[in-house]
Design a protein around this ligand. Structure first.
Ligand code: 0GY
Length: 307
């Protein structure tokens, strides 16, 4: 069948044939940030989307999970699907309980629809503040949604750029749920790790113990880039001090994920095996790795299994 959607020009496809990681993930590890895209012929991309991706199906996601050595996934609704969570729900339902979801919803969603999402495995909503990805949603609408999903025990995932944190501070700190920040609030890693911009992010976490961070996306944040020189692992080395700082200061509130299939990367596409090899550089001990990869995600997404 012809693909009904044309990819955005310059869009890079995800990396087929990723390497086997050298770092062996502890059994039960969770990839807490990944997406499914379509397939567009079955789950059409949203009319209001800002990009058209290549397809990335649930079967391909689950194959990557097994290849890398993860046990579970948390599938995050990508903006190209807008507030139509059908592909996400389909993937969660097909996962035999091994995938949870983070959805995008609007204020017109009914309580019954929220309950259906919950039954499918959704445990959070995502609020996106990255201007190239979404149009502005009024804060009163977001706060209303946060209040409703709090009653289901869900959390809010926020995605924003570091420069926007001061402007969003009051809103973020008023959210009534656990708040999970995507990709460490996208620090500019060409600035010092002990400079004022990243310090504000640390203060955000320090002063609000409901705030968690995904220490994800070195490939998106790195200026140094991916190559492993002289056979030694040094990919995305400029991101390491930022992620490690968060992991060491807030070991109970960090999550890790691949971000497969890596939307909107235009210069290079990461080898997901190499991304897994990044983990011991930011979580250098077995105890930190266990919290990052198993204890924390299980507490947030599968708490019933810990009882
Ligand atoms: C990510 C990052 C990006 C895209 C999205 O939902 C999305 O479209 O999140 C991005 O372009 O930075 O987390 O996948």
């Amino acid at each position: 069948m012809n693909a009904p959607f044309e990819k955005t020009p310059g869009w890079l496809d995800w990396y087929a044939g990723p390497s086997k990681p050298r770092f062996k993930l502890p059994p039960g590890s969770v990839d807490t940030h990944c997406h499914v895209f379509g397939p567009g012929a079955q789950f059409p991309y949203a009319p209001e989307r800002k990009y058209t991706p290549c397809d990335a199906s649930k079967e391909q996601l689950f194959a990557l999970r097994d290849h890398l050595g993860f046990a579970r996934n948390v599938i995050v609704q990508a903006t190209c699907h807008g507030a139509d969570n059908s592909a996400l729900v389909d993937a969660c339902l097909a996962s035999n309980g091994l995938a949870r979801g983070v959805a995008t919803v609007r204020r017109n969603i009914s309580d019954a629809q929220l309950q259906q999402l919950h039954t499918a495995g959704v445990r959070g909503v995502r609020f996106n503040f990255v201007k190239r990805l979404v149009d502005f949603t009024p804060k009163d609408e977001l706060m209303e949604i946060a209040g409703r999903i709090a009653k289901l025990g869900w959390h809010v995932v926020i995605y924003f750029e570091a420069v926007d944190l001061p402007e969003q501070w009051d809103f973020f700190t008023a959210l009534p749920t656990t708040v999970v920040v995507d990709h460490m609030g996208r620090p500019d890693v060409s600035k010092p790790v002990d400079g004022p911009e990243f310090e504000l992010f640390l203060k955000f976490m320090r002063e609000h113990d409901n705030v968690w961070s995904k220490v994800t996306c070195p490939e998106r944040l790195s200026v140094a880039g991916p190559p492993a020189l002289n056979g030694e692992y040094n990919a995305y080395r400029d991101v390491v001090p930022f992620a490690r700082r968060i992991v060491e200061e807030f070991p109970e509130r960090v999550l890790w994920g691949t971000d497969w299939p890596h939307p909107n990367l235009k210069d290079h596409m990461p080898d997901d095996g190499l991304l897994v090899d990044f983990i011991p550089h930011i979580a250098p001990t077995a105890a930190l790795q266990h919290k990052l990869l198993i204890d924390n995600p299980m507490r947030l997404y599968w708490p019933e299994e810990l009882k």
